[in-house]
Design a protein around this ligand. Structure first.
Ligand SMILES: [Zn+2]
Length: 427
């Protein structure tokens, strides 16, 4: 039985990346919030006969909710201030200088349980207001803070307790004797929402990484880390810390981290043999255009990833980004790849912030698809500008481009409503 209908412009991504655009579309669901129809209004209208239930006009363009494949919850209060006070020519690069000056002191505050919960609540409210309903996040080295984050965030968020035991402040080092017990306890309570999280090769030594990889295997958890973000970081890893490894990527491979569906953030300063390892191990990439731009890291070679068929999603890497908005991140994706890759289209950006991360996270039964039998979970987004279009009509690329904010650092509140399983959860 049809219970609710919402009519308006509709964007429907499909596996593989194609996006259908229905200028006059409709989502129709039953009382349980399961879609009975998603497509053109005319297609449904002719099935309805004379008995048309009440129809709510959409408050903007309808599309699946967003998922953020790479973000840092404890950095939410300092988003956009990652490299404040850091010189462009900082010794060791802006990444390592920004971590020491701004990020580590902020993360240390999460040893206070009340602070960790407050920060997570702020993150949860801000992401939901921007239509971001889940993803993969880093918390801190604190097991209690990680437990608080998993407890406060909705179930579509996976979270990792960050591992660090070298090249970082003493008060931000993993409690190594408790490593196994902490993960076992978190996994018993939160299951596969727990991600085994190696911060990066600079901050984790091989013995700790090997124990972590073994834990991921034993508990059936996936892994995440950062890889090849900046040249200074890469040379420190390859020549300073791990001179016997074949490459930065090989450090992770030989220690077993890449055997567990690893999410690799950044992947900018990569050699061909490193891309081959990423592909062979079934790892996936979190591509963070804003972070990479603002930290002066470079641009991920998009065509390398696409040509090799490596799964990837577009992510914010808050706090390096000033906003949790994936609409802003989509805009930045188009900007940084302009003139570099012809495949960085608005359609690609939409797929990589909705269905692609859902597929990577195993959430595509809940999010990303708008089709009969799927949950009625979608966002309604106001246009930032009129859709351009030409005489032949407005394409999916045109309409997606019209949704992207003019100011990517302070995007206007464009997500008017978030609906999950047929129920409005943010309005
Ligand atoms: Zn990150």
């Amino acid at each position: 039985m049809l219970s609710q209908l919402v009519r308006g412009p509709l964007l429907v991504p499909h596996p593989g990346g194609a996006v259908d655009y229905h200028p006059d579309g409709v989502l129709a669901a039953d009382a349980d919030g399961v879609l009975l129809y998603a497509g053109s209004w005319s297609g449904l209208r002719c099935q309805l006969g004379d008995d048309v239930p009440p129809v709510r006009p959409a408050d903007g363009v309808m599309l699946p909710p967003f998922l953020d494949l790479h973000t840092h919850v404890p950095q939410h209060p300092i988003r956009g201030h990652f490299v404040d006070g850091v010189a462009d020519d900082a010794p060791g690069g802006k990444l390592l200088a920004g971590l020491n000056r701004n990020v580590f002191p902020t993360e240390a505050k999460c040893h206070d349980q009340a602070h960790a919960e407050r920060v997570t609540r702020g993150f949860a409210a801000d992401t939901l207001a921007h239509g971001v309903v889940g993803g993969a996040a880093y918390m801190t080295v604190s097991a209690a803070a990680t437990e608080a984050a998993l407890n406060v965030l909705p179930a579509a968020w996976s979270v990792g307790m960050v591992l660090m035991n070298q090249n970082c402040p003493l008060d931000l080092r993993t409690n190594e004797p408790a490593l196994e017990a902490d993960h076992e306890r978190l996994a018993a309570r939160f299951g596969q929402r727990v991600i085994v999280t190696d911060r990066f090769a600079v901050a984790v030594d091989s013995p700790l990484r090997r124990r972590a990889a073994a834990l991921a295997g034993r508990l059936g958890l996936r892994t995440q880390t950062h890889l090849n973000e900046q040249m200074a970081e890469k040379s420190f890893v390859e020549t300073g810390l791990y001179p016997n490894a074949g490459s930065y990527t090989d450090v992770y491979r030989r220690d077993g981290l890449l055997a567990h569906r690893c999410i690799l953030a950044h992947c900018i300063q990569m050699r061909p043999d490193e891309w081959a390892i990423v592909h062979e191990t079934g790892s996936v990439v979190a591509h963070c255009p804003t972070s990479n731009l603002l930290l002066g890291s470079g641009v991920m070679p998009l065509d390398e990833v696409l040509d090799r068929g490596i799964p990837y999603a577009i992510a914010t890497d808050v706090g390096a980004s000033p906003t949790v908005s994936l609409l802003a991140e989509m805009k930045r994706f188009l900007t940084v790849h302009a003139g570099r890759s012809t495949r960085a289209t608005p359609t690609e950006a939409l797929y990589r912030t909705t269905l692609a991360p859902a597929e990577i996270l195993g959430l595509d039964g809940q999010f990303g698809r708008l089709a009969a039998g799927r949950p009625m979970s979608f966002v309604e987004v106001a246009r930032a500008e009129p859709a351009a279009g030409v005489a032949g009509g407005v394409t999916a690329d045109d309409i997606i481009r019209s949704l992207l904010p003019a100011d990517v650092d302070r995007p206007a509140a464009a997500v008017r409503r978030v609906t999950i399983n047929g129920k409005t959860v943010s309005h």
